[in-house]
Structure formats: structure tokens, C-alpha cells
Write a protein of this length. Structure first.
Length: 95
């Protein structure tokens, strides 16, 4: 009977140590979950900032394209005016 009681006592000790290990693991998992939540929040913030940055860049690119198109048409207009002036000068000097 004493042998059986020793085995039960050892099993109870092992169960107690296992409970402590499980509790320690639960605490660690809870900490890891907290860290993962923080990382998730930070990543969401970074995604939002990146999305806003992309919108800003695309807006700036569109603005630059409009400005370049405007200047291009202005230069084309000036160049055509100069060609017409040169052609008219040549035509009137010829007569």
C-alpha cells in the first residue's frame, strides 16, 4: 500500500509541476498575443501612412503632368508663332 501511495504522491507532484508549467505557458502566450496586437496596430498605421503617401505622390505626379502639358502647349504655340513670323518675313522680303 505504501508503494501505491508513493506513486500517487509522485503523480500529484508531477501534476502540480505540469499545472505550473501550463500557467507559465499561458502567461507567455498572453504576452505574445499582446505583442502581436501591438505589431498589428503598428502595421495598420504604416499601411495607412503608405496609402496616404501614395495618394499624395500620385496627386503630385498628376499636377506635374498638367503643368508640363500646359508648358508644352505654350512652347508649341510660341514655336508656331515664330515659324509663321519667319515665313511671313521671308515672303514679304521676296516681293
Amino acid at each position: 500500500m505504501n508503494n501505491l501511495e508513493d506513486k500517487i504522491s509522485k503523480l500529484e507532484e508531477r501534476v502540480g509541476r505540469l499545472k505550473e508549467s501550463v500557467n507559465a505557458l499561458r502567461e507567455r502566450v498572453a504576452r505574445v498575443e499582446g505583442i502581436v496586437e501591438q505589431i498589428d496596430k503598428r502595421l495598420n498605421h504604416i499601411e495607412t501612412e503608405l496609402r496616404d503617401f501614395r495618394k499624395e505622390i500620385f496627386s503630385e505626379i498628376s499636377s506635374l503632368r498638367r503643368e508640363l502639358n500646359t508648358r508644352f502647349y505654350l512652347l508649341i504655340g510660341i514655336q508656331i508663332s515664330m515659324w509663321i513670323t519667319i515665313i511671313l518675313t521671308i515672303l514679304f522680303r521676296a516681293h
